[in-house]
Write a protein that binds this ligand. Sequence first.
Ligand code: EPZ
Length: 430
Amino acid sequence: MEQYAINGGIPLVGEVEIGGAKNAALAILAASVMTDETVLVENMPDVRDTNILLQAMQSIGVHVERLDRHTVKINASSIQTMVIEDDFIKKIRASYYLLGALLGKYKKAAVALPGGCNIGSRPIDQHIKGFKALGANVQIAHGLISTEAEVLKGNHIYLDVASVGATINILMAAAMAEGQTIIENAAKEPHVVDLANFLNSMGANIKGAGTDVIRVRGVQKLHKTEYTIIPDQIEAGTFMFAAAATKGDVTVKSVIPKHLESITAKLIEMGCEVKESDDAVRVVASKPLKNTHVKTTYYPGFPTDMQPQITVTLGLSRGTSIVTESIFENRFRYVDELTRMGASIKVEGNTAIIDGVSKYTGASVTAPDLRAGAALVIAAMAAEGMSVVDDIHYIQRGYEDFDVKLRSLGAQIEKVDSERQLQKFRLKIG
Ligand code: EPZ
């Protein structure tokens, strides 16, 4: 099993290119099946999640031509089935985006039910509510969620929670429904806007994405397009907090600073110097980190996908900090691992009370999920001495060349998959 071997205590310094947004790419790749013409997608991150979704699409007959790591040509004119097999949904929940896409285009679809995952139960009741509001029948049987409609008719849909996934799935189905759909209490994340822009580039008629109310006028047909995915604000934020935790000086490049505002604001509260330019943000952490408090919430608030990264960093700040996780019910599982590195954090329900310590010490830890795994790597890079992070397949789901990019910033990190390689790394660091 691959692991990251890390020798910590080295400030990260330098510049790093940020890739395409994973969570925008998953929605856009799924939506590309809504036309019979060819779609070209650029700046796609080459990560496990996008590669598995492309495999799921190929499994139903979609033609996928990989021009390079980050560019793919898709043609869905010869789809053979609307049923997405179990093993794909088990690997990535976002396979369920094909429900909204196939329902919109073919008025029927079936996907294995996504299970819960390591950060919470992850219900899909709002997705189902939206499909039913558009006139589709939805059945759950034998672990499969099936939906179909004679005709999809636009409707006024009020989401009970500003769910990203439900907004995306409903948006795709509504894009080819008859008449107008209004989605109230819609998610406003940048990747929802990116999907709306992608669909509009194919001839859809979507207004208001990025606000609480999205208005869609359904169209009969969508056509070909060439589209470039937005930068990944969570990958960028992860490197920004890695700079803070290691007392470094890192510039994240090819980003949209506006998407990073809540992350930048917290880093400034913690005493970092943050300089923005058109498509880059520089984080300099030369002073001791200050404590602060944060509550994760929907965009443009502080993102839940950055909660482990800020918690790890606050664990090294002076004073007591409070982090409240208001989106998922079980997203502090990594704190037990962090305690092994010397953190002093008490989790009570969805709140973490953090007493800053002067340093972490290297240890062997296990990544419990994607973002917590990245946060444990940050802790290991800040820690004194050697760490090993296990189960890094979670991290590879959403971070492309994570160790390569960190090494380019001076980190002593290597991917190892044997005791011998681990020993070699130990000898190398001396
Ligand atoms: C997306 O998950 C992201 N995944 C998650 O990123 C991210 O953490 C999350 O949005 C919040 O920003 C992808 O985009 C592939 P939600 P999603 O529906 O769509 C409740 C990562 O690290 N809810 O916005 O599943 C739900 O329980 C991943 O890249 C319902 O109650 O999140 C949660 O409490 C992790 N009913 C809240 O809404 C529903 O039908 C927000 O979930 C749907 C959701």
